[in-house]
Design a protein around this ligand. Structure first.
Ligand SMILES: *Cc1c(COP(=O)(O)O)cnc(C)c1O
Length: 390
């Protein structure tokens, strides 16, 4: 009986402390939220620049709804594409210094669509083992052969590239720009070198870099000063630093035309509401104009790291807004997250399959609107609860 099996699966998952539930927010996405009826300082939003609830972004969204209504009615290729979507794509192409940009309905869909459209059976995809789940899934679902190299291990990648150099027709190296589960920045300079040497393309998913890294917010490719030639496929989900939703894929004219023709997750889905495109465009303007948001965030990152080390809290090495504290055991991680919640700090417990088994962790993200007192409060409580949890 299927229902019996399904029930058993839930039971097993719960017993392994891997069961997930959703908490309910009754306030906008921000640093101070009300969650399950309780005031919390949130350290688990990817809204790094605090734009999801920014008045200009909201205003642009409202205007978009007034002008274009709620739904877009059809896929982009049928009748769902309008001037707001187009304006967003053109602004992003300029911002990212790419020839063209294409709007997808989410980062997940963009990754599935791109890998499917570009890579065929005789081709090879090389991915960092810590890549975002959407990239790994995209690699698995594509008909190309998926090869995974150890996290950040260029030597391992080299080995795989050498081994398969004749086997594959086309090769694509795929990496997160900033790894979502430990906050480290990919070695894009060294990956570009390998791509050149092995005649492979490099694809970077910069969900946690664009808007935040680089002098003008251009992300990890700006941080390493890499051109379209060096990183031919650049993915920019809009749900994080841009505080909206959707995703931009950017690159050459030929890349984008191939995606329009062959990316099934682009072709067979309803276009995003135009109002979302209007809001994302407003976010982009802020990101380009308000350098102080990045500066404040960088200050908070430095402050957080110093405050953690003063308290002898061993976080994963990270210079980004993603700060990870590994506990190991799933049950203990969940308990700590619950205890922090009881004290007014909202922190997600990351467990398998989001991270490796026995690497369960508390993942904290810093946002522009955080203040020193929030960080000190969090770390004081974390230190206390951690010490008491042995
Ligand atoms: C969040 C994320 C995605 C998925 O983007 P959505 O727009 O949320 O579907 C893809 N890649 C990375 C690296 C991400 O962090």
């Amino acid at each position: 009986m299927l229902s019996h099996i399904l029930n058993q699966r839930l039971h097993d998952y719960r017993r392994a402390d891997l069961y997930r539930t959703r908490r309910i927010l009754t306030t906008p996405q921000s640093v101070l939220v009300i969650c399950d009826g309780k005031s919390q300082v949130s350290f688990c939003s990817n809204d790094y620049l605090s734009l999801a609830n920014h008045p200009d972004v909201i205003q642009a969204f409202k205007k978009g709804v007034e002008k274009y209504g709620a739904g877009s009615g059809a896929s982009q290729l049928v009748s769902g594409y309008n001037e707001a979507h187009q304006a967003l794509e053109e602004a992003f192409a300029k911002f990212l210094k790419r020839d063209r940009a294409l709007l997808f309905s989410s980062g997940y869909l963009a990754n599935l669509g791109v890998l499917h459209a570009l890579m065929r059976q005789e081709d090879g995809i090389f991915q960092d083992k810590f890549n975002h789940a959407s990239l790994i899934d995209a690699g698995r679902l594509s008909s190309a052969c998926l090869q995974r190299y150890a996290h950040g291990d260029i030597e391992h990648l080299k080995l795989l590239l050498h081994k398969h150099t004749k086997k594959f027709n086309q090769k694509l190296i795929v990496t997160d720009g900033v790894f979502s589960m430990n906050g480290s920045i990919a070695f894009l300079d060294r990956l570009t070198e390998q791509a050149k040497l092995h005649d492979a393309w490099l694809m970077v998913d910069d969900a946690h870099g664009i808007g935040v890294l680089g002098a003008t917010g251009g992300g990890s490719v700006e941080h390493f000063n890499l051109s379209q030639h060096e990183v031919p496929v650049l993915i920019c989900p809009l749900g994080k630093a841009f505080g909206c939703c959707g995703a931009i894929v950017s690159g050459s004219e030929i890349l984008i035309e191939n995606l329009i023709q062959f990316a099934r997750t682009f072709i067979y889905t309803t276009a995003l509401p135009s109002a979302v495109a209007c809001a994302a465009l407003a976010s982009l303007k802020i990101i380009q104009q308000e350098n102080f948001r990045r500066e404040k965030l960088n200050y908070l990152i430095r402050y957080f790291k110093q405050a953690a080390s003063r308290r002898n809290l061993n976080f994963q090495q990270s210079d980004t807004a993603i700060q990870v504290f590994i506990i190991g055991d799933a049950a203990r991680t969940v308990q700590m997250s619950e205890k922090l919640f009881a004290r007014g700090y909202l922190i997600a417990a990351m467990r398998s399959p989001s991270v490796k088994k026995n690497q369960a962790c508390l993942r904290m993200t810093l946002n522009y609107l955080h203040e020193e007192k929030h960080i000190d409060g969090l770390l004081n409580n974390l230190a206390e609860i951690y010490a008491a949890s042995y």
